[in-house]
Design a protein around this ligand. Structure first.
Ligand code: ADP
Ligand code: ZN
Length: 612
C-alpha cells in the first residue's frame, strides 16, 4: 500500500526511484526512507529508528544495490534471514545468507559467490560475522555497506540482548571506510544511547520516524471472562485471520490454545518450555500458512516478519508500554487494518506488581519497573485517545486518532469521589484484612455468614453502596489500586491496604475521577462482518478473484518452498482483485509488482482472472 507520505515523482531521470519501482514495485518512498537512502548511498553512517512495519529493510537494500560491492547485513534470526533472502531473490536481487542452518558445502558455495562479486546482499548471523575466518573473508572483497538490523539487541537492558552484538563495534575499527546503518524499532532514549556507544556510531546521522501505526486500532477492555471475551473477539472480528495471542505463563498459553482449538480456531501454542522442534514447527506454520492463531508467551515475536498478522491480543498485561507497543506492532505490517486488543483487570495489576516485588533485581531496578508498569496502567485506565498517549510516551505529540476504542466509543468519566471514599473507608473499617470480594459484599450490604461472623454488618459502611452494581464496584477497586490509592497484600490472601495517597481522599480533600465501564457487546454482529477482515472491504466479484488468487499463491509458494507473502502480499493481491487488470502491462501500476514479478507471474495472473 502506498502511504500518504509517499513521494511519487517522475522516475525517468532518477536512478534511485527507477530502482525502487522496477525492482521492488513500489511507487515511491515512504517517510524518511528517501533521505536515509541518499545519505547511505553517499557513504554516511546512519541510525534509523522506525516502527515495525515502517519499511526499514529498503533503507539498506536500495543503497546496497546502488553502491559498488556486496552489502553485509547482520541479522539475529535465522528464520528472518531466510525469508528476506527469499523475498529478494523473488525480485531478482542476488542475495544469500551465512548461518548455522547451512551445511559446510552450502556455506562454501555462498563464500565462492561472494568472492566472485556475485552477491548484492549477504545476510550473516552475528556470531559468524565476528569469527576471524569471516572477517578475513570480508576483508578480501569489496563491501558496499554494513547494515545492523535489530540494533537494540546490543542493549543489555532489553529482553532481546545478544552478547555477540557487543563485538560489532569492530566493524568500525576494521572497515573504517565502509558506511554502517543500524536499524531498530525500539524507541526509548536509553536504548538509542546504548546503540550509539556500543556500535561506535557517534558520527552517524540519526533518523527518527514517527512511531505511529495508523492502521492499528487499539482497544483495552475490562476483563470479565478473558477467554470468552477473546473467542468472541476472534469470531466477530477476525474469523479466518492470522493473529497472535499473548499470555504471561506457559500454562495459560497451553490452556488457551487448546480451548481455542476446541472452539474451532486454528490455534497453536508457542513458549520457551516446549521442545524446540515443536516450537519451530509452530512458528514456521504460523509464518507460512494463512489464518493461524499463535498463542504465545513473549518468547515469541522478534523476527516474526509476517506482514498479514491481522490482530494481536493480550490476555495478560505486559510489563511496560515499550513491551506493549513492540508486541502490538507485529500486527498489520502490510498497512491494512489490524487490531491490538487487550483485556485487563485487577488481577493483572496485582500479578505484575507481585512479579516486580518478588524479582531478584536491585531496588533501582524495582523502582524503574514499577514506574514503567504505572505508565502502562495509566494508559489502560485512561479515557483519552490511546494513540495520543502511546505516542506521547515516546516523545511524540499528536491529536486524537479516531481509530482507538476511546476515540470510537468515548468512555464516560464520572466524579467518583464519594464512591472512592466509601471503598477506601470499607478497607479501613475492616482493618485492611479483606479482599475485594468481601469488601464489595460489605458495601452492598450482603446478608451472609461471613458478615455476621466478622461483625461487619454492624459497620457504618455496611450497605452504603447497595445501589452500585458488583461489576461497577470491581471497577472502582481496580482503578483505585491501579492509581495507587490502595495496594493488594500478597502475604495476606490479597487483602487490600490503604496507601498514603488514600488519606486526602478519605478526608474529603481530594476528588477522584474514574472511567465508567463501557458494556462489552455480547452478541455477534451477523452477516458480512464475520468474514475475514480483508475480504470485508471488497465487492463480491473481487472477493471471488481474491480467493482464487490466494489459492494460486499458496500453490506457487509451496512449489517454491517459500512463505506465501514472499510471492505477493495480501495488499497486492487485494489490489489486483479489485482492479481486474486485463493485460500484463496493467499490472505494473499495482503496488508490490516490479519488473521481475511481472515477467514471472503476470501471464498466470491475467489468465486466472480471465478464468482460463
Ligand atoms: P520493518 O522492517 O520496518 O518492520 P519492512 O521493511 O518489513 O518493515 O517493511 C514493511 C512493509 O512495508 C513491507 O511489506 C514492505 O514491502 C512495505 N514497504 C516498505 N517500504 C515501502 C514503500 N516505499 N512503498 C510501499 N511499501 C513499502
Ligand atoms: Zn484515539
Amino acid at each position: 500500500m502506498t502511504s500518504p507520505t509517499s513521494t511519487a515523482v517522475c522516475a525517468d531521470s532518477d536512478p534511485v526511484l527507477i530502482l525502487l519501482q522496477e525492482t521492488f514495485g513500489h511507487r515511491g518512498f515512504r517517510g524518511a526512507q528517501r533521505e536515509i537512502v541518499d545519505h547511505v548511498i553517499g557513504g554516511g553512517d546512519a541510525l534509523v529508528l522506525m516502527p515495525t512495519g515502517g519499511g526499514k529493510s529498503l533503507c539498506y537494500q536500495v543503497p546496497a544495490l546502488m553502491r559498488d560491492g556486496t552489502a553485509v547485513v547482520v541479522s539475529p534470526l535465522i528464520a528472518l534471514m531466510q525469508d528476506q533472502v527469499a523475498a529478494l531473490t523473488q525480485v531478482g536481487v542476488r542475495a544469500a545468507f551465512l548461518n548455522s542452518s547451512l551445511s559446510a558445502q552450502q556455506a562454501y558455495r555462498v563464500e565462492q559467490d561472494l568472492m566472485r562479486g556475485d552477491l548484492d546482499l549477504l545476510y550473516v548471523a552475528p556470531e559468524r560475522l565476528t569469527t576471524t575466518r569471516c572477517l578475513e573473508l570480508l576483508s578480501s572483497v569489496k563491501i558496499s555497506l554494513f547494515a545492523i538490523d535489530e540494533a537494540h539487541c546490543v542493549s543489555q537492558w532489553g529482553h532481546d540482548f545478544r552478547p555477540e552484538y557487543l563485538q560489532l563495534s569492530l566493524l568500525h575499527e576494521r572497515f573504517a571506510d565502509v558506511p554502517r546503518i543500524a536499524l531498530t524499532a525500539t524507541a526509548d532514549p536509553q536504548t538509542r544511547a546504548e546503540i550509539i556507544t556500543r556500535l561506535s556510531l557517534g558520527g552517524a546521522r540519526i533518523f527518527v520516524s514517527s512511531f505511529d501505526r495508523p492502521n492499528i486500532r487499539f482497544s483495552i477492555i475490562d476483563k470479565a471472562d478473558a477467554r470468552a471475551q477473546l473467542l468472541r473477539f476472534i469470531k466477530n472480528e477476525h474469523e479466518g485471520d492470522a493473529g497472535i495471542v499473548y499470555c504471561l505463563s506457559r500454562k495459560r498459553v497451553e490452556e488457551t490454545a487448546q480451548w481455542l482449538k476446541e472452539h474451532g480456531i486454528a490455534a497453536l501454542p508457542y513458549h520457551a518450555g516446549m521442545d524446540s522442534a515443536r516450537r519451530n514447527a509452530h512458528q514456521a506454520k504460523f509464518q507460512r500458512d494463512e489464518g493461524i492463531v499463535i498463542v504465545a508467551t513473549i518468547a515469541f515475536g522478534m523476527g516474526i516478519d509476517k506482514p498479514d498478522v491481522r490482530f494481536v491480543a493480550h490476555l495478560d498485561l505486559p510489563k511496560s508500554i515499550e513491551g506493549y507497543y513492540q508486541e502490538t506492532g507485529r500486527a498489520g505490517r502490510d498497512g491494512l487494518p489490524a487490531d491490538a486488543w487487550m483485556t485487563y483487570g485487577l488481577g493483572d495489576v496485582v500479578q505484575q506488581r507481585r512479579m516486580i516485588e518478588s524479582s531478584e533485581g536491585s531496588e533501582a531496578y524495582k523502582r524503574l519497573s514499577g514506574a514503567k508498569l504505572n505508565s502502562l496502567l495509566g494508559l489502560c485506565e485512561s479515557a483519552q485517545c490511546r494513540r495520543v498517549q502511546l505516542l506521547a510516551y515516546f516523545g511524540e505529540s499528536s491529536t486524537p486518532c479516531g481509530n482507538c476504542d476511546n476515540c470510537l466509543t468515548p468512555p464516560q468519566t464520572w466524579d467518583a469521589t464519594v464512591a472512592a471514599r466509601q471503598a477506601l473507608s470499607a478497607i479501613y473499617r475492616t482493618e485492611q484484612r479483606f479482599g475485594v470480594m468481601h469488601l464489595i459484599d460489605v458495601l452492598r450490604g450482603k446478608d451472609n455468614e461471613r458478615m455476621v461472623s466478622w461483625n461487619h454488618h454492624q459497620l457504618s459502611v455496611y450497605g452504603i453502596g447497595k445501589d452500585t452494581s458488583e461489576a461497577e464496584w470491581r471497577n472502582v477497586f481496580r482503578q483505585l489500586v491501579a492509581m495507587g490509592y490502595a495496594s493488594v497484600d500478597q502475604t495476606a490472601y490479597g487483602a487490600l491496604k490503604l496507601t498514603e495517597l488514600a488519606r486526602p481522599v478519605l478526608r474529603g480533600e481530594q476528588s477522584v475521577q474514574l472511567r465508567r465501564t463501557v458494556k462489552a457487546k455480547s452478541k455477534a454482529p451477523k452477516g458480512p462482518r464475520s468474514r475475514p477482515l480483508v475480504d470485508r472491504i471488497m465487492s463480491l466479484v473481487a472477493t471471488g478473484h481474491l480467493a482464487r488468487l490466494k489459492a494460486w499463491r499458496l500453490e506457487e509458494a509451496q512449489r517454491q518452498g517459500v512463505p506465501a507473502f514472499v510471492i505477493f502480499h495480501d495488499a497486492t493481491l487485494t489490489e489486483i482483485a479489485q482492479r481486474e487488470p486485463r493485460e500484463p502491462a496493467a499490472l505494473s501500476d499495482i503496488a508490490g509488482i516490479g519488473k521481475r514479478k511481472m515477467e514471472q507471474y503476470g501471464a498466470a495472473i491475467i489468465a486466472l482472472l480471465a478464468g482460463t
